[in-house]
Design a binder for this molecule. Structure first.
Ligand SMILES: NC(=O)c1ccc[n+]([C@@H]2O[C@H](COP(=O)([O-])OP(=O)(O)OC[C@H]3O[C@@H](n4cnc5c(N)ncnc54)[C@H](OP(=O)(O)O)[C@@H]3O)[C@@H](O)[C@H]2O)c1
Length: 257
């Protein structure tokens, strides 16, 4: 049986790093990579050492674009040992001033595509399979001026942790990955303005976030959080009054777009 890993958003950032580290692990025969920029995926595939790369240049928000991927998955019936639902994006700024198509596409990618992939991959998962749902610490509390992104990640975090317990009987580990700021292209996409400063000041190395999350998944953990400050926020978040944090975040994020 061919053991495969599926990584979405594998062209750059955290996804590219997941591909690299899963390849190094020697746990899989093939890595199936999904993202829109096929030429970048080809480059990532060319760098694989221990596994074979399969490139699916697809927009996960468009059914006709993902059809070849799902057809291959159902036809080839491989053993999925890792699923990394990583593709996602955010847009900072006032909700009422952001284009409706961009917002719906965020919901489509961060939520709908992640749910669909999880459900359609599960028949191909056996005992010992790991599913990583890349959520965010942004999903722990409502975030004015980053409202929709935080809400989509709240969905991802909640869905992942619920599935962790639901699928435990099948021997499948589901882990919610909840990073704080990570040094990737995320901030170039999310913001044309001052959020970019966050990338330079507080963002961490994607390799570290990925390494810890793979380690946490192998240890059977429901949640993976990298870095002391993010962990501290994670411990405090359930205790903090939501209204107060929303007001503080609103002040902090005012004017960010
Ligand atoms: N960086 C952070 O600070 C941070 C913090 C917390 C959580 N996260 C989460 O981590 C995940 C990865 O983000 P990143 O930081 O690595 O950002 P990134 O460097 O911008 O990577 C995003 C990835 O998603 C893919 N993608 C975007 N739209 C897509 C679509 N419609 N169809 C298929 N693939 C699509 C992109 O590939 P193409 O453009 O080639 O399609 C890219 O590979 C996201 O879910 C993000 O929300 C990031």
């Amino acid at each position: 049986m061919v053991r495969i890993a599926i990584v979405t958003g594998a062209s750059v950032g955290l996804g590219k790093e997941y591909v690299h580290q899963l390849d190094q692990s020697g746990e899989v025969d093939e890595i199936w990579m999904v993202a829109r920029r096929g030429e970048l995926l080809d480059t990532v595939a060319a760098g694989l050492v221990r596994s074979k790369g399969r490139v699916f240049a697809a927009d996960l928000t468009r059914a006709e674009s993902t059809k070849p991927f799902y057809e291959a998955l159902d036809r080839e019936k491989h053993d999925v040992v890792w699923l990394v639902n990583n593709a996602g994006f955010g847009k900072a700024g006032a909700f009422d001033r952001s284009p409706v198509q961009v917002n719906l596409s965020m919901v489509d990618l961060n939520i709908r595509a992640m749910v669909e992939l999880t459900q359609r991959v599960l028949p191909h998962c056996r005992r010992g399979c790991h599913i990583l749902q890349v959520g965010s610490s942004a999903g722990w509390k409502p975030m004015p001026n980053f409202a929709l992104y935080a809400a989509t990640k709240s969905f991802v975090n909640s869905f992942a942790i619920a599935l962790h317990y639901e699928l435990a009987d099948r021997g499948i580990t589901v882990t919610a990955v909840c990073p704080g700021p990570v040094a990737t292209d995320f901030f170039d996409v999310s913001s044309e303005g001052s959020d970019k400063a966050l990338r330079q000041t507080r963002a961490v190395d994607p390799a570290k976030v990925v390494a810890i999350s793979l380690q946490d998944a192998r240890a059977g953990r429901a949640e993976s959080v990298y870095g002391l400050s993010v962990k501290l926020y994670g411990w405090m978040a359930p205790l903090l009054p939501t209204r107060l944090t929303a007001m503080v975040v609103k002040r902090m994020r005012k004017g960010k777009s």
